[in-house]
Design a protein around this ligand. Structure first.
Ligand code: GBH
Length: 464
């Protein structure tokens, strides 16, 4: 298959956008009354983040948001997905509201609306207030209740202009990478605790959906999940079973409750001896599985899964990511600078798979998809152009082949930014950022996308 270098024609109303997240771009972590988040704390831990980096300055978007608006405007996108920092709005996670923190998002939303750019607001992109973590974090059910309170406060301020809300970004990463792998904040390695975190994140999602709709009756509410098909590295029974375990942990732990109102078959068996799952309460699944207005899908790569020995033989001591699977690189599969396989068919399989598994699948947005380079290259990024065009083509084919109501695509990311535990090395941006000056320089992919979007004609976008 040849890789296209143009965007496919999409149905009328298809939303083209770019995405960012608060801690990755804002900086200004101690300004205007913002409280600490778990990422501020985690970044101070020696060895936790590459080069000892942190989001303390990042892209300085807290001050340079007008630059970001100009970049979005001239790019010609329909929408901008950004996240609100909970510790700016409620510095201790609950209790007093910090008006100056909300003012920032108010200005940003006004600026977007003036330019006709539709805001998609993520309420939680991993920056839990440290005070909440000190009280147990997502292991504690109370955090879910506080999250819903916070969601209501944000909707109360922005809900007159914001229609599209994403409760959580990637609860898999918040729970498993944060509380089981320990590679992300809060940096612990647990079994039961990580599974409790995953469940409480979903409870928080459900409560926030109710709260958002109560405060802002016109709200359209969804959740964003990172989905990666897990394919067996070989045809062996052991590798097929390993791929199934990976699929349960990574994908179906989240899609089944949210889209099907039940935990998947085999989940209890996967974690037998690790957790008794006693954090589940009657009524939770009804709340978690309440119908959504849309599903956000973040797709980066698919996983080639092979069976591996458990790191910890005793299940009682095992972390929730120790499931007897390792992901392998397949010969002949191209990879990004981060070693992530480049396989647009994984996005095709993700979308058609959702349609096959969940009869009531809501409309879908690809809320993230992107590629990083490790080179400090300002101008030419042909790989990025090929990556975007290839994945869009796969998404368009999926929407043609399966009952998927695909509504939009957001490139990750508008800007180079703080790439979590990997610091500032990986650069995902359509726009290069110079650190620490914050100078923004659009790359070739930005100019290419601008031309593609400007070239949209009415007939090109008629429903196929
Ligand atoms: C997204 O997560 C995030 O939403 C976004 O904030 C982030 O900047 C973007 O991806 C790019 O990374 O460490 O190589 O073993 C995507 C889901 C899950 C993908 C963890 C990377 C670790 C792979 N991520 N996974 S690796």
């Amino acid at each position: 298959m040849t890789t296209p270098s143009e965007l496919p024609a999409m149905p009328a109303g298809f939303v083209w956008g770019a995405a960012t997240a608060a801690y990755q771009i804002e900086g200004a972590v101690a300004e205007d009354g913002r409280g600490d988040s778990i990422w501020d704390t985690f970044c101070r831990r020696p060895g936790a983040v590459a080069d000892g980096a942190s989001g303390a300055v990042a892209c300085d978007s807290y001050h340079r948001w007008r630059d970001d608006l100009r970049l979005l405007d001239s790019l010609g996108v329909d929408a901008y997905r950004f996240s609100v920092a909970w510790p700016r709005v409620m510095p201790a996670g609950s209790g007093p509201v910090n008006r100056r923190g909300l003012d920032y998002y108010d200005r940003l939303v006004d600026g977007l609306c003036e330019r006709g750019i539709r805001p998609f607001v993520t309420l939680y992109h991993w920056d839990l207030p440290q005070a909440m973590e000190d009280a147990g974090g997502w292991r504690s059910r109370d955090t879910a209740e506080r999250f819903a309170d916070y969601a209501a406060v944000v909707a109360g301020r922005l809900g007159d202009r914001v229609r599209d809300w994403i409760t959580l970004n990637e609860p898999y990463v918040s729970s498993i990478v944060g509380y089981a792998e320990g590679r992300h904040a809060p940096g612990v390695r647990e079994g039961h605790g990580a599974l409790a975190a995953a469940h409480h994140l979903l409870v928080g999602h459900g409560r926030a959906v109710t709260a958002l709709r109560a405060v802002s009756p016109g709200a359209r509410v969804g959740i964003t999940l990172n989905l990666s098909p897990a394919v067996p590295a070989t045809g062996s029974a052991a590798d097929r079973a390993a791929a199934d375990r990976m699929d349960l942990m990574l994908n179906r732990q989240f899609t089944d409750p949210v889209l099907g109102g039940a935990y998947p078959d085999g989940f209890e068996r996967l974690y037998a001896g690790v957790s008794d799952l006693s954090f589940r309460r009657d009524g939770d699944l009804k709340l978690i599985g309440a119908p959504l207005d849309f599903l956000g899908v973040n797709y980066y790569y698919r996983i080639h899964a092979a069976a591996a020995p458990y790191e910890q033989p005793d299940p009682a001591l095992r972390s929730a990511c120790d499931i007897g699977v390792r992901s392998v690189t397949r010969e002949g599969v191209p990879v990004t600078d981060l070693g992530w396989p480049i396989e647009p068919r994984g996005l095709y399989d993700t979308l058609t798979g959702l349609a096959g598994r969940y009869p009531d699948l809501p409309p879908v947005y690809v809320t993230e998809n992107g590629v990083a380079e490790l080179r400090e290259d300002i101008g030419a990024d042909p790989e990025r152009i090929r990556f975007i065009a290839g994945h869009l083509a796969a998404a368009a084919r999926a929407a043609a082949d399966a009952p998927v109501d695909l509504r939009g695509y957001f490139y990750w990311s508008l800007l180079d930014n703080f790439e979590w535990a990997r610091g500032y090395g990986p650069r995902f941006g359509l726009v290069h950022v110079d650190y620490p000056t914050g100078t923004r320089t659009p790359r070739a992919s930005y100019h290419w996308l601008r031309e593609q979007l400007a070239g949209r004609t009415a007939d090109q976008f008629l429903t196929s």
